[in-house]
Write a protein that binds this ligand. Sequence first.
Ligand code: FMN
Length: 189
Amino acid sequence: MTLALDGHRVLVGVGGSVAAFKACQVVTDLRREGAEVKVAMTEAATHFVTPTLLRALSGHRVASSIWEDDPAEVGHGMSHLDLASWCEVQVVVAASADLIARLALGLAGDPVTATALACRAPLLVAPAMESAMWEHPATQGHTATLTARGARIIGPVHGRLASGHESTGRMAEPDVIVSAVRDVLVGRA
Ligand SMILES: Cc1cc2nc3c(=O)[nH]c(=O)nc-3n(C[C@H](O)[C@H](O)[C@H](O)COP(=O)(O)O)c2cc1C
């Protein structure tokens, strides 16, 4: 049976939002559709979901530091460059306000932003934050910058936030994110 994303290579970047646990579902769903998935995560993201779990779900070693600390590792030790040239699309989920700002500014101090800056593949970003952070002119400005550069922003949506409030800032559901990846790679047909 041929799956929709058979043979496609997707990089999932994970930020330090409370929605980071949903990265697990995104990775799982992408693999169910046939994609090969690798994961890069920020240090903050590791406080919410472990590299071990994302490694188990993706089937690949997870980049959680730009510094290679495994002495048995071979190669040039710059996993962000390998990931950047490997992927056909990069989707950053649980994108915090801080991570969106760094992406917009072109900073490269962590595995997600370093890979994004070195990468020519399309960039999808799924923000997740409290509504005040999302609506802040700084975040709106950074998001507009990313959009103007060709990035696709998925959500956020209106719904229940981590604070318990109902407002806009909730991350788009994993199936919507996977659908956006499918749209970029193979179209909706
Ligand atoms: C429990 C907790 C939940 C948080 N949730 C969010 C969130 O949903 N969105 C957000 O933008 N920041 C959130 N933050 C703040 C970020 O974790 C913080 O800005 C962090 O530096 C972001 O890391 P990153 O830039 O690597 O994503 C949260 C912090 C804590 C302690």
